[in-house]
Design a binder for this molecule. Structure first.
Ligand code: GDP
Ligand code: IMO
Ligand code: MG
Length: 423
C-alpha cells in the first residue's frame, strides 16, 4: 500500500499530466483533490495528445480507477464534454470514474461572476481562466454552495438555487450591469446533468479508505501549483484552493498519517500564466523559451510567461509540501542554450534573501541573484538513462538537486510517455 501526492512546484503547467500518467501504470487509483476545469493536464501517448481538465490523468492507463474528490469544484458541462471526448477515442470511463457526492458544483452564475469581475477592473485583474473557480469556492466557504448531493433532490435544489440566484442577480445587475439569470431553466438543465452523473457518484472518502485497507496504491493528483495556492501562493494572484500537499487530505477524505510520499513536479525553467509577480521572468526578445517549450496554456491557449529556474521557489515548494523527490520536466527545452542561469537568491533593498517573501510589494522589487551554468548544446530527447545525458546536462540536474536538497528521481526529456529517465 502506498499513497503518493503529486504536486506542482511552481505556477502550474509543470507537466503533472505526463508524470501522473507515467506513475499511474503502477497505481490502482488516481484521485484529484482540488481545483476544477481551470486545470489543463496534457498526456501524449504515441503522438496523440490528450488534455484533461477534471478527470485524473490516470484515466489513460486502462486498469487504473479514477476519482474526483470533494475538494474539486465540478462544472457538469465540462465533465460531460470530457467524458464524451475520451469515449470517442475509445477510452472506457464508465465504471472507472467516481465522483464525490460532497463535491461542489460550478453553476452558470459562477462563470458569469468570474468574467464580470475580471473585466470590471483591468488594473486588479488576476488573469483567471474564466472557469468560475473563485466564485464557486467563495460560495462553498460562504456556506451557500450547491453540492452534488443537492442535485439528487429537485425540491431542495430548486429552493437553494432560488435563494442563490436572487442574490447573484442583484450582484450581476447592480455591480456589473450584466443580465439576469432564469432559475427554472438552470434547475432543469442541472437535473439533466444529475441523471448523466448518477452512475459516477460515490462516497469517495469511504472508497479510498477501504481501498487502503486492501493495500491499494493510490496517487493523489494536484492541479495548479504551489505558487498558485490560496495560502502559500503569490496572493492575490493565485487560484482559490490549496494545491499544496496539505490540501490532499481535506480534498479526498483521508488522514495525513496515510500519506507516504510527496513528489514535486518541476520544470527545468519557470513559467506562469496570468498576472502577478515572477522574479526570474525574461522577455521573449531575450530568450525564445516560449517557442522552444511550446508554452501556451492547455486550457485557455494563452501564451505563458517564461523565465529561468528559480531555486528560491523550488526550496519554498519543498518546505510547504514536504516534497521528498522531484520529477524534473522539460530538460530538453534547454538543449540549445550556450549557457543557463539558475536563481539562487533574491536581492531586496541591498540585502540577500533566500526565503520566498509573502508580500507582493517586496516580491515585485526582488532582483534575482543568478549562478551561470554551461549549456550542453546537444539533443537529449532520445536519452533514457541518466548516465547517457551530456555531462553539462547531468551537472545542471545535479546542481538543482544540490540547491534544493532533493533528488530528481524522474527526469523528463519530451512530452511522450517514453521520453523519460527514471533513476
Ligand atoms: P500540467 O498542467 O502540469 O499537467 O502541464 P501542462 O500539460 O499544462 O503543460 C506541460 C506541457 O509540456 C504539455 O504540453 C506537455 O505535453 C509538455 N511536456 C511535459 N513534459 C515535457 C518534457 O519533458 N519535454 C517537453 N518538451 N515537453 C513536455
Ligand atoms: P494546471 O493544473 C497554470 C492560474 C490562472 C490565474 C490564476 C487564477 O494545468 O497546472 P483561476 O481560474 O484558477 O481562478 O485563475 O491561476 N491558473 C493556472 N495556471 N496552470 C493551471 O492549472 C492553472 N489554473 C489556474 O492563469 O493566474
Ligand atoms: Mg496545465
Amino acid at each position: 500500500m502506498s499513497v503518493k501526492v503529486v504536486v506542482g512546484s511552481q505556477w502550474g503547467d509543470e507537466g503533472k499530466g505526463k508524470i501522473i500518467d507515467l506513475l499511474s501504470e503502477k497505481a490502482d487509483i488516481v484521485a484529484r483533490y482540488q481545483g476544477g476545469a481551470n486545470a489543463g493536464h496534457t498526456v501524449v501517448i504515441e503522438g496523440e495528445k490528450y488534455v484533461l481538465h477534471l478527470i485524473p490523468s490516470g484515466i489513460l492507463q486502462k486498469d487504473t480507477l479514477c476519482v474526483i474528490g470533494n475538494g474539486v469544484v465540478i462544472d457538469p458541462m465540462a465533465l460531460m464534454a470530457e467524458i464524451k471526448l475520451l469515449e470517442s477515442k475509445g477510452i472506457e470511463v464508465n465504471g472507472r470514474l467516481f465522483i464525490s457526492h460532497r463535491a461542489h458544483v460550478i453553476m452558470p452564475y459562477h462563470k458569469l461572476l468570474d468574467e464580470a469581475k475580471e473585466s470590471k477592473d483591468a488594473e486588479k485583474k488576476i488573469g483567471t481562466t474564466g472557469r468560475g473557480i473563485g466564485p464557486a469556492y467563495v460560495d462553498k466557504i460562504n456556506r451557500m454552495g450547491v453540492r452534488i448531493v443537492d442535485l439528487l433532490d429537485r425540491k431542495t435544489f430548486s429552493e437553494k438555487l432560488h435563494r442563490n440566484i436572487e442574490e447573484k442577480n442583484e450582484i450581476l445587475k447592480k455591480i456589473y450591469g450584466a443580465s439576469e439569470l432564469d432559475v427554472e431553466q438552470i434547475v432543469s438543465e442541472y437535473q439533466e446533468f444529475d441523471k448523466k452523473m448518477d452512475p459516477y457518484i460515490k462516497d469517495v472518502s469511504v472508497f479510498i479508505n477501504e481501498s487502503l485497507e486492501k493495500n491499494k496504491n493510490i496517487l493523489l493528483e494536484g492541479a495548479q501549483g504551489t505558487l498558485l495556492d490560496i495560502d502559500f501562493g503569490t496572493y492575490p494572484y493565485v487560484t482559490s484552493s490549496n494545491p499544496t500537499s496539505g490540501g490532499a487530505c481535506a480534498g479526498i477524505g483521508i488522514g495525513p498519517t496515510r500519506i507516504n510520499s510527496v513528489m514535486g513536479v518541476i520544470k527545468a525553467y519557470t513559467t506562469r500564466v496570468g498576472m502577478g509577480p515572477f522574479p526570474t521572468e525574461i522577455s521573449d526578445d531575450e530568450l525564445n523559451l516560449r517557442e522552444l517549450g511550446d508554452e501556451f496554456g492547455a486550457t485557455t491557449g494563452r501564451p505563458r510567461r517564461c523565465g529561468w529556474f528559480d531555486a528560491v521557489i523550488a526550496n519554498y515548494a519543498v518546505r510547504v509540501n514536504g516534497i521528498d523527490a522531484f520529477a524534473l520536466t522539460k530538460l530538453d527545452v534547454l538543449d540549445t542554450f550556450e549557457e543557463l542561469k539558475v536563481c539562487i537568491a533574491y536581492k531586496y533593498q541591498g540585502k540577500t534573501i533566500t526565503h520566498f517573501p509573502s508580500e507582493i510589494r517586496i516580491l515585485n522589487e526582488c532582483e534575482p541573484v543568478y549562478e551561470t551554468l554551461p549549456g550542453w548544446k546537444q539533443s537529449t530527447t532520445t536519452i533514457r538513462q541518466f548516465k547517457d545525458l551530456p555531462t553539462n546536462a547531468k551537472k545542471y540536474v545535479e546542481q538543482i538537486e544540490k540547491l534544493t536538497g532533493t533528488p530528481a528521481k524522474i527526469v523528463s526529456v519530451g512530452s511522450g510517455r517514453e521520453q523519460t529517465i527514471i533513476r
